[in-house]
Ligand binder design. Structure first.
Ligand code: SF4
Length: 229
């Protein structure tokens, strides 16, 4: 049974171009210091899980109204029952977007091969030499590269994205990061936002990019995205 910590019943922004519901799974294999989803990452912060059947029952009432379902986290692919859940969503006729940190390429491959997903968004945390620092654990970079390759050759809609926090990524780092997603059709930057409840609260005392600085980075490095600067 999938561990689900939240259900957003309506979203216009989480699945590009589609009206969607968003399902938040509990648990993550990374510990990114800038993570803003602590209540979906640390088990001691989990709220009571929402039953999978309750989510599917809700989706049945939205057939013909919502176009898609976004499955995000936490990290959805750490859950062994995810494939079964995705197939149930597909049986109801919804498009499925999966958000992932890319650490489980075997799961991504399975879902692509079985046509259980229609769109993949992967967080690419940093250039490889700084990956562990940004992910908060020792990451097997082969998994990251495998997921990137799988996604880019999947034939599905996709995008890569990076949360930009000055304490971890310089402009040069982002430039280096682009090397591992060379040829990607869509890449965007997301500004780290200061707020209490992030995984490493010591970041709240450190300087971050100003809005202008961030816009400049986004203009320099985004791919396939309109930026303001
Ligand atoms: S930001 Fe990092 S720790 Fe938080 S959910 Fe995403 S991958 Fe997990």
């Amino acid at each position: 049974m999938l561990r689900i910590g939240g259900l957003q019943k309506f979203s216009l922004i989480d699945y590009p171009g589609k009206v969607a519901a968003v399902v938040f799974t509990q648990g993550c294999d990374f510990r990114c210091p800038f993570c803003q989803n602590v209540n979906l990452v640390l088990s001691e912060k989990f709220s009571d899980a929402i039953g999978e059947e309750a989510v599917l029952d809700f989706l049945k009432t939205r057939q013909g109204q919502l176009q898609g379902v976004v499955v995000t986290g936490g990290e959805p692919t750490i859950q062994k029952d995810l494939g079964v859940f995705l197939s149930k969503i597909k049986e109801l006729g919804f498009l499925v977007k999966l958000d992932t940190n890319g650490n489980n390429p075997d799961a991504v491959k399975e879902f692509v091969d079985k046509k259980l997903i229609d769109y993949i968004a992967m967080d690419v945390k940093a250039p490889l030499k700084k990956y562990d620092e940004s992910a908060g654990i020792a990451v097997d970079k082969k998994n990251i590269l495998k997921s990137i390759n799988l996604i880019m050759t999947s034939g599905l809609d996709y995008h890569f994205r990076t949360t930009v926090c000055k304490a971890f990524l310089s402009s040069e780092d982002i430039k280096n990061l682009l090397e591992i997603i060379k040829g990607a059709k869509r890449y965007d930057l997301q500004k780290f936002s200061y707020q209490s409840g992030i995984l490493d609260s010591s970041l709240l005392d450190k300087p971050d990019y100003t809005a202008d600085e961030f816009e400049q980075l986004a203009a320099l490095y985004s791919v396939g995205i309109e930026t303001k600067a």
